[in-house]
Structure formats: structure tokens, C-alpha cells
Write a protein that binds this ligand. Structure first.
Ligand code: ATP
Length: 202
């Protein structure tokens, strides 16, 4: 089986930035957010099941899943939320494993924002946490999304804490400095992961 590194980190920590640096080294990415959209794309079993359960009112005018409406719909309905999670979580897990299997690089980076929170660390051989201070998480996210700091802080507080993530990480990448420094850190980790995947597949 293929060697899989689970890449995680809090909101605005730099997961996408780090993942793209690994991709530039030729490493295949499997992105949980992308997969979560793929399994409910128009025409899929996933979207059809959701329409059967919630009705066509959770669709946009163009027939795509209206994620905001669906979120609203399950927000105050614990049973609906459970139903939805029981539908989606196995499909997402299965599709991620399929993409890992089909990947052509020596190892794969699986990008999962809630890796520890959702227990997906069980699917990977090694975990890599992108680490920055909560202050930087807030300032970078505010700048990127044009949202207010309180909103970002609420999300930070809903996620697994910085100290817990660091305690559970096999590897940590510090993203508090320049992108050029980050790139060097990624290149060093890439060499290490090539070595580990070589042993894994031997
Ligand atoms: P989210 O979980 O919110 O989707 P993320 O973990 O994928 O976020 P990125 O989108 O990669 O994080 O980074 C957050 C923002 O910070 C982006 O605008 C990115 O360009 C910027 N950024 C990332 N790394 C650095 C850095 N070392 N220096 C300055 N800005 C950075």
C-alpha cells in the first residue's frame, strides 16, 4: 500500500500553501475538501440521496448543492446532521482512499483540515502539522477572506487546540516565517518522506 502523509493545521495556518509546495516537488495531493465536494457533485449518488432526504430546496438554481442552505438545515436538527454525516463520511473516506491508490507519486499528501477532530489520522502513516500562532492565524485569515477577527477566533476555538495538534504530530512545519523558509522546510521533509516511503514499500 502507498505511504500517506496526513497534512493538517488550523484555519489560515498554511495547509494549501504547504500542499502546493509538495505538489511542486511532484507529490500527488488528495484534498479532503475537494473530495467532499466531488461526492455531492450533480449526478452523484451522494447528491441524489441528499435530494431524496431534504428535497430540492437544498439545491441552487443551477442544480448544485447549496452548501449554506444544507448547513442551515442541519444546524438545529441533530438527527438530520447525523443522517448527513453517516451518508457523507464513508463516501469521503472511500473516495480519498481510491485517489491514494490511483496516485502515481512515491507517497501521497492527504490534506485534511480536521484530521485529528474527525479521526482521519487513522488512515495515514504519518501526520504533518502546519504550525503558526493564533495571532497569525487571525491576521492572515482576516487578510485573505476579508472577515472579522471574532469570527476567525470562534473557528479557532472550535478546532483541536494548537498544543494538542503539536502533541499528536509526527512532524511539524513552522509557517511563521517567509515563504522561502517554508519552501526549504518542505524540501527537507520531502527527502525524508521519500526515504520513509522507500522503506515502507520495500
Ligand atoms: P484554511 O484552512 O483556512 O483554508 P490554509 O491552512 O489552507 O487555510 P492558506 O490558505 O495556505 O491556509 O494560508 C492562509 C493565508 O496566509 C493565505 O492567504 C496565504 O497566502 C497566506 N500565507 C501562507 N503562508 C504564509 C507565509 N509564510 N507568509 C505570509 N503569508 C502566508
Amino acid at each position: 500500500s502507498k505511504f500517506v502523509v496526513g497534512l493538517t493545521g488550523g484555519i489560515g495556518s498554511g495547509k494549501t500553501t504547504v500542499a502546493n509546495l509538495f505538489a511542486a516537488e511532484g507529490v500527488c495531493l488528495v484534498d479532503a475538501d475537494v473530495v467532499a465536494r466531488e461526492v455531492v457533485a450533480p449526478g452523484t449518488y451522494g447528491l441524489n440521496a441528499i435530494i431524496d432526504h431534504f428535497g430540492t430546496e437544498i439545491l441552487t438554481a443551477s442544480g448544485e448543492l447549496d452548501r449554506a442552505k444544507l448547513r442551515q438545515r442541519v444546524f438545529s436538527d441533530e438527527q438530520a446532521r447525523q443522517w448527513l454525516n453517516q451518508l457523507l463520511h464513508p463516501m469521503i473516506r472511500q473516495e480519498m482512499l481510491l485517489q491514494v491508490k490511483n496516485a502515481t507519486s512515491d507517497y501521497v499528501i492527504m490534506v485534511v483540515p480536521l484530521l485529528f477532530e474527525n479521526g482521519l489520522d487513522r488512515l495515514v502513516n504519518r501526520t504533518l502539522v502546519v504550525d503558526i500562532s493564533p495571532e497569525l492565524q487571525i491576521s492572515r485569515t482576516v487578510k485573505r477572506d476579508n472577515v472579522d477577527a471574532t469570527q476567525v477566533n470562534n473557528i479557532i476555538e472550535s478546532q483541536c487546540s494548537r498544543s494538542e495538534k503539536l502533541a499528536r504530530a509526527d512532524d511539524i512545519i513552522d509557517n511563521q516565517g517567509e515563504i522561502s523558509t517554508l519552501k526549504q522546510e518542505v524540501q527537507a521533509l520531502h527527502q525524508r518522506y521519500l526515504q520513509l516511503s522507500g522503506n515502507h514499500n520495500a
